[in-house]
Design a protein around this ligand. Structure first.
Ligand code: BGP
Length: 473
């Protein structure tokens, strides 16, 4: 047995983006509205009835019209893979039509043409916080079982159209986030405060069945297709060694594990069934549902990783900031400008835990540092950003990925989040930047949309070219 001690030769280096955060063109070529069009302030402010001009996502960074220039920049960094999502409402504007919108399909043909030109492997998220608005208003999103059928039709359309060109697919972005953001993640219109746990868990069940069903359809269309689940990963540490804190941390982790357990093992774990029992929840699970879950498990597991958190049952809870879900502040860690704990070692932990638990190839499909960047004049006179903080963050995380690979964990690839600056999912700001490429657009919507290479651009190009050998341990 040869366990690699560094990144394997075919390691997929790249970056990730999501349609609603970078495409713009929110109503072009027959596109319908999505939940994002009525979330001008992300999850931190109220929804609107209709799109409003202060919603930065309506224009995003205008990838819809600038995709050639953008993909050329990704190619210049040597990207092996590009993760992006397809906007469901471009393909089925309302979500419940029987025929897709050809103009929407044709756009992604053009994107794939461009990626092919540079030999960049696409990694496609089928649903990334972009449920068609009509589905939320008419059906209450995933709370309704009929969503499974709409999603199956959408997924089949994508597999049949792009299946010869796209090998790697993800069903739902951060599927576990529906626990915390039922509207953005699950298209559930009922306000969070009024949503019963019964309805929330039923919606989760529908999504899990739809995910398994999409996996079935993908494999029917072509056995070559590889389908993964996508989990928002946060390791939870006990705040103290008190066994009650250890148990509290385990419970917090299980809330997230449930989703991977069902996707990989094909059935609900005992601890989850107990939780439902304790809460008095009885889910509508049919025999056909059970068979679908059991027979169509995923080919690989993907996840986002930004931070770890703590849990406690014994101490005062000081709530931590975090990626859609928080926990308790870890006093040993520094935080980002948005209060997210910076913990590279946590990435090695999660890689090892997931590998030990599921034994499936792992794909890190989001990681990065959201920071305020300042545009300065570079040595050659062109604008740039001296983002050494971002380089440090990514270097330290990638070193831990290398450690995990040496631990024997099978890792397929790494796509950093927001490889080109885009609109933030949680706060809908432009100023929360993750990219190697700076986009001239401001929180008030002003800016030329010009692209500039940051210092991290050259740094990442070197990391990819050296297959990780340039990383500093
Ligand atoms: C994840 C989402 C992304 C992304 C990222 C960073 O939760 O999958 O869409 O945006 O987090 O979060 P934010 O944009 O809120 O900083």
């Amino acid at each position: 047995m040869n366990t690699p001690t560094t990144f394997p030769d075919n390691f997929l280096w790249g970056g990730a983006l999501a349609a609603n955060q970078y495409e713009g063109a929110y109503d072009a070529d027959g596109k319908g509205l999505s939940v994002q069009d009525v979330m001008p302030q992300g999850i931190v402010g109220p929804r609107t009835e209709a799109p409003t001009p202060d919603n930065l996502k309506l224009v995003g960074i205008d990838f819809y019209h600038r995709y050639k220039e953008d993909i050329a920049l990704l190619a210049e960094m040597g990207f092996k893979v590009f993760r992006f999502s397809i906007a469901w409402s471009r393909i089925f504007p309302n979500g419940d039509e029987t025929e897709p919108n050809e103009a929407g399909l044709a756009f992604y043909d053009r994107v794939l043409d461009e990626l092919e030109k540079y030999g960049i492997e696409p990694l496609v998220t089928i649903s990334h916080y972009e449920t068609p608005l009509h589905l939320t208003k008419t059906y209450n999103g995933w709370a309704d079982r009929r969503m499974i059928g709409f999603f199956e039709r959408y997924a089949r359309t994508l597999f049949e159209r792009y299946g010869k060109r796209v090998k790697y697919w993800l069903t739902f972005n951060e599927i576990n986030s529906v626990l915390h953001e039922p509207f953005m993640s699950g298209g559930i219109n009922t306000p969070k405060e009024e949503l019963s746990e019964q309805d929330l868990y039923q919606a989760i069940h529908h999504e899990l069945v739809a995910s398994a069903s999409a996996t079935r359809i993908a494999h029917e269309v072509s056995p070559e297709l590889q389908v993964g689940c996508m989990i928002l990963a946060i390791p939870f540490y006990p705040l103290t060694p008190d066994p009650r804190d250890v148990w509290a941390a385990k419970q917090a982790e299980r809330d997230n594990y449930t989703f991977g357990d069902v996707h990989v093992r094909g059935a609900y774990p005992g601890y989850f069934l107990r939780k439902l029992r304790d809460k008095g929840i009885e889910l509508d699970i049919t025999e056909a549902d059970r068979r679908t879950l059991a027979e169509h498990t995923v080919d690989f597991v993907s996840f986002s990783y930004y931070m770890s958190s703590c849990e406690t049952a014994t101490q005062q809870r000081e709530a931590s900031g975090g990626n859609l879900m928080g926990g308790v502040v870890n006093p040993t860690l520094e935080v980002s400008q948005w209060g997210w704990a910076i913990d590279p070692r946590g990435l090695r932990t999660i890689l090892n835990d997931y590998w030990d638990r599921w034994g499936k190839p792992l794909f890190i499909v989001e990681n990065g540092l959201g920071a305020r960047d300042e545009l300065v004049t570079g040595p050659d006179g062109t604008p740039t950003v001296a983002d050494d903080y971002r380089i440090d963050y990514m270097n330290d995380h990638l070193v831990q990925v290398r450690e995990a690979i040496a631990d024997g964990v099978q890792v397929i690839g790494y796509t950093s989040w927001g490889c080109i600056d885009c609109v933030s999912a949680s706060t809908a700001q432009m100023s929360k930047r993750y990219g190697f490429i700076y986009v001239d657009r401001n929180d008030d919507g002003t800016g030329t949309l010009e692209r500039y290479r940051k210092q991290s651009f050259g740094w990442y190009r070197d990391v990819i070219a050296s297959n990780g050998a340039s990383l500093k341990a």
